[in-house]
Every structure is written in structure tokens, then in C-alpha cells.
Write a protein that binds this ligand. Sequence first.
Ligand code: NAP
Length: 420
Amino acid sequence: MLGCGNVGRAVIRLLDELADEIERRAEVRLEVARVAVRDADRDRDVPLPQDRFVDDADGVVDDPAIDVVCELIGGVEPPRTLLLRAFATGKSVVTANKELLARHGGELFAAADAADRDLAFEAAVAGGIPLMRPLRESLVGERVDRVLGIVNGTTNFVLTQMSEHGWTAEEAVAEAQRLGFAEADPTADVEGFDAAAKCAILASVAFGARVTADDVYREGIAGVTPQDFEDAGRLGYAIKLLAIAELEDDEVAVRVHPAMIPLDHPLASVRGASNAVSVEGPRIGQLMFYGAGAGGDPTATAVVGDLVSNARNLVRGVRGPRTVVGTDLPIRPMDDTRDQYFLKLRVEDRPGVLAEIADRFARNGVSLERVWQEGSADEATLSFITHRAQEGSFQKTLHELRELDAVHAVASVLRVEGEE
Ligand SMILES: NC(=O)c1ccc[n+]([C@@H]2O[C@H](COP(=O)([O-])OP(=O)(O)OC[C@H]3O[C@@H](n4cnc5c(N)ncnc54)[C@H](OP(=O)(O)O)[C@@H]3O)[C@@H](O)[C@H]2O)c1
């Protein structure tokens, strides 16, 4: 094992607790031979002799007596170099590292192929929810064309708190930090980087395409306001940070952003730190995966499942299903994606303003599904929900509306997902 933090400790405890059962069911006995950490002297409070801990990760990877390397360090380096070396010395690999796979998945899958060894990564997306194996194995008989998910528990916790207490994002992040649901530096979660990495992995695995984190359009949740929740609630929507991967006309569209989804959509009721992912295809319709997307114990179950399957394959001299991410499908530019939009404007309250604004929508080919107005003394609020429109056309409309004298402010812009 490389790393023994939240997940590593839980994996060691689980392997100890289930050793006999795993041996009975999988006909393989797993032994944690060595654990590389930064500080080998620290007591880890796990059922493993202290002399198994070392601070020499290279030595673990090079050890010919070790069959499977389980990487639970996190980040790109040194894990990338260590895992390439593990394959070069004929080991199979299990990792929970989304950042590494989202940046260097192609290189690692190629190294696994060259070594004819398994690379398993169930824990990298949605922690304890079995999702990679269904996508890689159970669904080879389907052409999955859409994956829509809540894949970051921290932001879902924050948005749930905002929705239920009327808090600002800042207040809700502070509460999440206090309760241990958010890191001291919450940037990776709040700005959507973590969800973007998972989105890239989901798209790669679901569509067999080469997609990296840099391909994913990304907006975080910092701009979502208590007023947005009020508006969404009144209109029958929840607000969620969604990771969306779509395959259309042999192009891949990948994006992470907050969105309004109808309250009767299965993702709308996902509260707190839970994760949920909807996988869609022409034959299966919609499949929902729901559960604990993080945490040491749930994540460890995914890691142990991978360890057992890799070990069993080694014993039998076979290899599990490859992850085919060889296809260079084009990534659709964000401007060419299509969506519905909610837009709220504060405008001058005089005759003709609505017509002037509607004209901008029409000229850019954005048609309106709903329009409504709330007035006050000399300023009115105009809200719109568009039909599905091209992102580029909507953004051009928005730019033109900002230039109009009659438009005092753009109070809110949110994409709307999950409508038929
Ligand atoms: N936590 C979750 O809920 C969760 C869920 C899904 C996936 N994951 C993924 O699982 C991985 C591990 O997460 P975690 O939460 O367990 O992380 P963590 O608690 O920060 O643990 C990291 C471990 O890596 C060790 N380490 C750091 N640099 C090292 C180096 N250069 N050589 C050897 N060991 C090194 C640390 O050693 P010391 O202990 O000596 O400092 C520590 O034991 C990450 O890729 C993460 O994204 C985590």
C-alpha cells in the first residue's frame, strides 16, 4: 500500500476484519505486505505490525514479493511515477486517485496494457458507490450517451444547507468545515475542480473516449445566492452542482456547473454529503446510483473489492476487462452545447422594455418557454426560462442585454437540467 490516511487506514482494518470471508469467497488471501507513508514511526492505530510501515515508496513498488500495489496517497506526483514503475515491474494496481486518472489516465491505461496487468479505480469516482464496474463491465451491452451526477459531497452538503437554512455559500462552507465535510482550503470542491476530474473519468469510461480534466467546462458554487434558492423553490426546482457528460453525434460534451433541476427529478432529493449518478442510454433508459460518495469506510469497500478482483485475476493468470479509452472523439466546445436557462433581470419599469428584451432573445435564436414579471415602484424584475438553446447564442443574448439602458442588473443566471 502507498499511503495510509483516511482511506488507507479503513482498507487495512477492513482487510483484517474480512480476511477469512474474502478467502472463502474469492479463493485468495490478501496480506498487507508493506505500507509506504511519509512518517513510518507514527502509530496508525490499525491491526498491522509497526514494522510493515516504511517511508520508502520506491522500495515497495520495486519489491518483487509484492503482487498488487494499492495507491492511496492522492495528487499527481509521486503517484504517477510510482504507478508507472509498478506496471513496469509487473504488478497490478488499485487506486482511488481521481486527480491522477483525470490528468494521466491515458498514460496509465497504456502502461497497464503494456504490462498486461489490471488497473482498477472503483473508489476514484463516487467513493463507496459501485459505478466504474457497472460502466466498464455490466453496461458494455449499452451505448451510454449521458451521465448526470452529483459527485462532490462537500458542495452538495453546502447547497443543502443553503437551501434549508437560507444561508449564503460562505456561511454554509464555514459550517461544512466545522462539521468536517469541507477541507480547510475548500477550493478544489467549491470551485468544481474535484467534480471536473470525476466528470472526465466518467466520460472516459462511459464513452471509451480520451477525456481529461482540462476538457471539462467548470463553474463552482460560489456564485449561487440565497435568492437563487428562493426563486428555484418557488418555480419547483432544486439547485445542485452537476457533472454532466454527454455523447451526441460522436462528440463528447463535458461540464460541471450549478443547475436548477425539477423537484421530481431523482437527483433533486439527494441531500447532504451523498452522491448520486444517473446513467442514461437508449435501451436502459435511466439508471440511478445513489449512496456514500466519500468517507474512509465506504471508500475502503470499493478499494477492497478492486484488490480482491485484481488478486484473483493474478492467481488465475488472467486480466480483468481493459478500460478502453483509445478513441479520440472530439470535445464539443461549451458554446456549442445546448441547455435551458433561467435568467432574472432587474429592469426599468416602463412600457416597451419587455418587447426590447424579447427582441434580443429572438434575434439570437433563443426562444422563451416562460416569462414573468414582478414590479416595484420604478424597477421591475423580469424572469425567463428559455427553451433549449445553444450556449453561445444564450451568452451573446446575455451580453447584449447587459448593454441595454433599460436593464439595470442581471440578478441571476442558472442553467436548467433534467427537463424532458
Ligand atoms: N477520503 C475520502 O473520502 C476519499 C474518497 C474517495 C477517494 N479518495 C482518494 O483516496 C486517496 C487517499 O485519500 P485520503 O483521504 O486517505 O488521503 P490522506 O488522509 O491525506 O492520506 C494520504 C496518505 O498518503 C501518505 N503520503 C503522502 N505523501 C506520500 C509520499 N510521498 N510517499 C508515501 N506516502 C505519502 C500520507 O502519509 P502520512 O500519513 O505519513 O502523512 C498519508 O498516509 C486520494 O487520492 C483521494 O482523492 C478519498
